[in-house]
Write a protein that binds this ligand. Structure first.
Ligand code: NAP
Length: 240
């Protein structure tokens, strides 16, 4: 199936990999980015930046741009755009695929919580916390009595009183994660269940050092969506 017009909702490493594969296969690809990161790694093919204006705006885009297939390869925690994408595809009869990489391997000792607010409540007062949830929800930890080592690509706009900011972009290696955790005396890791090889080493490092690990569970995917787990599976479905 060559020459298909694809809107690829991105902002993840798999979306970039997928764009490369789709362009190489002769498809017309437009990657869409939200515009949250100041200096994004740009994918191959065409790129557009910014919201569509809700599901109706996205539906209008699909129609106007004569999109054949909508591939949602956004981050597992970007739940609004995924809901909008599913609704807009249904509204316009556009083929829809949702790429969701598997979550991190679960260990029984992880403290699994439903959202970042519950993660904040689960922190033992006086802890030194490695907070790796991106920058958008850091404000949920502002009232917690703990020292935070916060890693994000861009600085959060609201920061807790006691913090160290580490501005960095993955992938992160196991040895680097051990070194960072030890250097700052971290005893607790707070992470979203993002999954993906680029950020998995922090969990292995935390287990090795015997840290408390608090994992924010993923939001549900839109009910009825066709979900695949890998770039390979998206390519396979598009060929079919
Ligand atoms: P979100 O809450 O699901 O989306 C909020 C709004 O931002 C959407 O309603 C949409 O605006 C716009 N938007 C989001 N992703 C878009 C995209 N790829 N292209 C065009 N518009 C988009 O999303 P979020 O959690 O803020 O994440 C924003 C982006 O960052 C996503 O593309 C995601 O892949 C990436 N990202 C998110 C996380 C995370 O932890 N949430 C981590 C890494 C990367 P309209 O309603 O106006 O269309």
């Amino acid at each position: 199936m060559a020459g298909v017009r694809i809107l690829l909702l991105g902002g993840t490493s798999e979306a970039r990999e997928l764009a490369t594969r789709l362009v190489a296969s002769g498809h017309e690809v437009v990657s869409s980015l939200a515009g949250r990161v100041s200096n994004p790694d740009l994918p191959e093919g065409d790129v557009r930046v910014g919201g569509f204006g809700g599901p109706d705006g996205l539906a209008a885009y699909l129609t106007e741009e004569k999109v054949d297939a909508l591939v949602d390869a956004t981050h597992p925690f970007a739940e609004h755009i995924s809901a909008n994408a599913y609704a807009a595809a249904a509204q316009t009869g556009t083929m829809h695929l949702l790429l969701r990489r598997p979550g991190f391997p679960r260990h029984p000792e992880y403290v699994v919580v439903p959202d970042v607010h519950a993660a904040a409540e689960a922190i033992t007062p006086g802890s030194t916390v490695f907070l790796t949830i991106g920058r958008q929800q850091v404000s949920a930890f502002g009232h917690v009595d703990a020292k935070f080592v916060i890693r994000a690509i861009d600085p959060p706009s609201v920061l807790p009183p006691h913090h160290v900011l580490v501005l960095d972009r993955g992938p992160f290696a196991f040895d680097e994660e051990i070194e960072l955790m030890q250097r700052h005396g971290v005893d607790t890791l707070v992470t979203k269940d993002s999954g993906g090889a680029a950020t998995a080493a922090k969990l292995e490092a935390a287990s090795q050092l015997g840290l408390t690990v608090i994992v924010v569970a993923r939001p549900a995917v839109p009910e009825g969506a066709h979900v695949v787990e890998s770039v390979e599976q998206v390519m396979h479905q598009l060929v079919r």
